[in-house]
Design a protein. Structure first.
Length: 526
């Protein structure tokens, strides 16, 4: 079934209203703050609801909304692990990484590696973060958003990329992280409401919970699929997703930057917990409609069109405009965060570190805005390249993460948990691990020498992580750390400096109980 729909006048009005609202919010923040620190970290004054909604808005890109329905249509609930399994690594971010990040008052992830290890580690990670942000966040999100706009309008894909990037970059250049965070909050709420409406309409069309459950094979509701499943085998998820999760949730600049702008440690932790609860909702409103589409539209040939098939066939005029606005919201929330993160790293870790260490606040802000503009152009070029690869969105983007993650996850996790890890070991692991991981990743993604040669990309990610962790430990034991370097304080020492964290632990206990119950329901009961 092809997606074809001519926008009604009412749809256009709704879309224009959305654009006016988001631009007004963005430009309001743009004129509110003027200093460089406000451009990059919102004055370190973000509170937990803003942090949670902002992370949610950035994470829920158009690629997720489209690919969630697509993968749910073909394989069922197994892909929900990418949302529900994430709470473990959000916990790791909140309780292990956030205390270190905020106590050290860092601005970027490369800066953390310099304080923990060495300047050379910072320099390498600066390039790595710029590369991953450009490929994954800018190129990946713009690619998926452009595909959607192309499906709806028939406009050339390049025009779609340019229009969407122009909207996203407009207020990000002037407003920085505060504009990003405020618009993300608006967009996240809009995404939740609109997607829930689509879920309810699809649910009513099928006719009740029993019809929904029985409309597909029971295996479609299981979170774990057999080990020989070619798409999402259970052991690949259990072993491989943690590697993706550590890098994505705990060390990726685009996600972590919201936490770096937190008012204090507790606001950072509460915001992360809030995001964990939002993940429960997102699985229902983004994945389950794809499963219901199996019953409603059983003959869809291209899974990437499942989401828009639901939208254009189930929703009335006006509501379709709202969904398109939501897709724009998802894109804007992802792209603006990526642009701000790219600009922050380039400004602090490249321009200020190498070109002009004595730059004043005014020029620092100017160059941050300039680099935001330049990164938007690079994002368009990357999206054009990705549109030529011919892979489905979900597995393409997840496999890219899988091969970026192992060296970063190894260095950050061991660096935080083990004081004995040395800067020489970290630097060697970053260089050697990246060469090995990205080379294997390129071969796996391009099916060289053939598609049957490689195991599942998440298993490959796990094997690479284990190997690189072993390498880092061995090299650390064989080398000595600089005795003049201040060691990273232990978590116990870090927590002793703060207030009581009893409520934080209680909330994590509640979230853990809910997630365990959901896994039991979907793997045993259904």
């Amino acid at each position: 079934m092809a997606v074809s729909y001519s926008l009604h006048f009412l749809d256009i009005i709704v879309i224009l209203l959305y654009l006016c609202c988001v631009l007004l919010i963005g430009f309001y923040a743009s004129f509110k703050k003027k200093e460089a620190k406000d451009l990059f970290l919102a004055g370190r004054n973000l509170r937990w609801p803003t942090i949670g909604f902002s992370i949610f808005g950035t994470n829920v890109s158009p690629s997720m909304m489209v690919s969630a329905s697509a993968i749910a249509y073909t394989t069922g609930m197994a892909a929900v692990n990418f949302d529900w399994y994430a709470w473990v690594f959000l916990f790791l971010l909140a309780m292990v990484f956030i205390p270190h990040y905020l106590n050290m008052k860092i601005t970027t992830m490369p800066e953390f590696l310099e304080k923990r290890f060495s300047k050379k580690c910072r320099n390498f990670l600066s390039i790595y973060v710029l590369f991953t942000t450009l490929i994954l966040w800018l190129g990946g999100a713009l690619y998926s958003g452009g595909v959607l706009l192309n499906q709806l309008t028939g406009w050339p894909i390049l025009y779609c990329f340019i229009i969407l990037m122009a909207i996203s970059a407009s207020f990000t250049i002037t407003g920085g992280l505060l504009a990003v965070a405020l618009t993300d909050n608006f967009n996240a709420i809009l995404m939740i409401i609109g997607s829930f409406v689509l879920f309810l309409i699809a649910f009513s069309k099928i006719g009740g919970i029993n019809n929904v459950i029985n409309s597909v094979p029971s295996t479609h509701w299981h979170l774990f699929r057999p080990a020989d499943d070619p798409s999402l085998p259970w052991h690949a998820i259990i072993l491989g997703y943690p590697i993706l999760g550590i890098w994505f949730w705990c060390t990726d600049q685009t996600i972590v930057q919201r936490v770096l702008g937190a008012k204090d440690i507790k606001n950072g932790q509460y915001g992360t917990i809030f995001m964990g609860f939002l993940k429960i909702i997102s699985a229902i409103i983004f994945f389950v409609p794809g499963i219901m589409a199996v019953k409603l539209f059983p003959n869809i040939q291209n899974p990437d069109t499942v989401y828009m098939t639901l939208v254009t066939n189930l929703l009335p005029v006006g509501m379709i405009g709202l969904i398109i606005a939501i897709l724009l919201a998802a894109l804007v929330s992802t792209i603006d965060g990526a642009l701000n993160s790219f600009s922050t790293v380039f400004t602090f870790d490249v321009y200020k570190a190498f070109i002009n260490p004595k730059v004043d606040e005014k020029r620092l802000r100017f160059f941050g805005q300039l680099f935001t503009f330049l990164s938007s152009i690079l994002g368009i070029l990357v999206a054009l390249f990705m549109s030529s690869l011919g892979k489905d969105m979900f597995n393409l983007l997840q496999s890219i993460i899988a091969f970026f993650a192992p060296p970063m996850s190894s260095v950050f996790l061991i660096g935080v948990l083990w004081k004995r890890a040395t800067s020489k070991a970290a630097y060697f692991t970053l260089i050697f691990g990246s060469i090995v991981s990205l080379t294997i990743g390129y071969c796996q993604i391009t099916n060289f020498p053939n598609s049957n040669f490689w195991p599942h990309y998440m298993l490959l990610s796990f094997y690479l992580f284990v190997f690189l962790s072993f390498v880092m430990i061995i090299v650390s034991l064989l080398t000595k750390e600089d005795t003049n370097k201040n060691p990273l304080p232990s978590l116990k020492e870090t927590y002793l400096k703060g207030e009581s964290y009893k409520t934080v632990w209680i909330l994590w206990g509640v979230l853990a109980s809910i997630m365990i119950a959901l896994y039991i329901i979907f793997n045993v009961v259904l």
